[in-house]
Design a protein around this ligand. Structure first.
Ligand SMILES: [Zn+2]
Length: 95
């Protein structure tokens, strides 16, 4: 593994993850050091007494040492706000 030069890395440079942790699929790796992570989940709706399928998209910081690509399943953790839209960091690739 190459030496990690990204200061915004939760593994090597002590970017403190806190708050929620989620596992999702990378749907976009177009932006530099940023991935879009999508998760499907079901939320129960009392009014209709059924589950409603929902989906969320979260922009997350993707350090070069992890370098997740579209299609990867990754763990992401909440951290401090890294940019206008990013407050999550990729902590590892599941598969
Ligand atoms: Zn790193």
């Amino acid at each position: 593994m190459a030496e990690c030069t990204d200061p915004r890395c939760a593994v090597h440079h002590g970017l403190a993850p806190r708050g929620i942790q989620i596992t999702g699929r990378v749907v976009s790796d177009k932006a530099k050091r940023t991935v879009i992570v999508e998760t499907d989940f079901a939320r129960y709706m009392y009014k209709y007494e059924r589950f409603l399928r929902k989906r969320s998209r979260v922009p997350a910081h993707n350090p070069e040492c992890i370098n997740a690509k579209a299609g990867n399943v990754v763990n992401i953790a909440e951290t401090r706000r890294l940019s206008k839209t990013k407050s999550f960091v990729v902590t590892g690739i599941v598969k």
